[in-house]
Design a protein around this ligand. Sequence first.
Ligand code: SF4
Ligand code: SF4
Length: 344
Amino acid sequence: MECFSLLRTDVPALIDHLGAFGEVVAPHAKGDVSYSFETVGDSSLVVLDYNRTLLPLKKEFLPPVEKLVSFSLNDLTSTPVEIPIEPKVYFAIHSYEMQSILRLDHSMLSGNVESNYLKRRTKSRFVGISFTPDEFHFSESVGIAIEDMEGFDLFLNEVDGDYQLYVLTENGRLLIHGFNKLKTAEPEIVEGREFKTKIRYHYNRLPRVFQYAYHSDVWAEVASRCVSCGACNLTCPTCFCFDVNDEVTITAEDGKRQRSWDSCMLSTFAEVAGGENFRENTINRTRHRLYRKFKYITDEEGLPWCVGCGRCTAFCPAGISLPEIVNDLIHEDEQAQLHQRVSV
Ligand code: SF4
Ligand code: SF4
């Protein structure tokens, strides 16, 4: 792994250089407090110090609304939408975001491969960047360090206001080929980027807590505050549920089939024909959301399907905190075990 020093003032030149490979997508400011991944037009507008974007990077690979097929009712034909395979560089990506893409890869490419996702993913390159955790980040608690470089081609680690650039793959080496503002450097360890929010147990212990948490009182307490808006799912980088519907034009001659992100926190999510709803109340929906992150997939894959980005907490209108829920379950589990020991 090679390491170079890069001045902060030279980062826009690096972004321009990466543009020779393909479209560059990077964080931009939206208003005073919000950020969004957007295609770079002017490299000086890219924001390097951001906490999190509202929508995760998954929107690039699994768009919020996506047309799949056009059809004609006149001649009963259908035409799938072709997705071009285009080179793109995703720049200034945090480690938890990259880990969410690796988890999405598993969700979309295992078994029946989701071909639209695969085409968008094929020529993607990733340049990571370190970040300073705010009160909502807790990725360290789910095993993702700030400097976790897995999945990246290049990684920028901030040191005293400038950067160390790590070259992690052959693709990364190709990306910086010909860029002459780098100087060879020794890797440095950066101290003091502490997480303020933590889950109290190592994530390996959480499946056991969830094994006994199904009938916990915590679900009802959380559900009593939840307004079932679905924002937690719609901003989550590892949620991948979508709905599919057909729209026919007013002349009933043609139409389109499209899919759009869905949310298991919405009351209609588990509704089926005939009016039955398998998760009619908020308690069931809240529990399901957390079990999807810490139990069901985790039992199979050994990893939490939460990457600790903090979006579901930061953007929840009811102030519901995911790490608080998990810590409450841990507390309840400890109390139950203590009670058991005393009874024996
Ligand atoms: S964002 Fe908050 S209020 Fe909305 S569904 Fe999720 S937990 Fe409930
Ligand atoms: S569950 Fe919340 S904290 Fe975890 S990845 Fe999803 S949005 Fe981020």
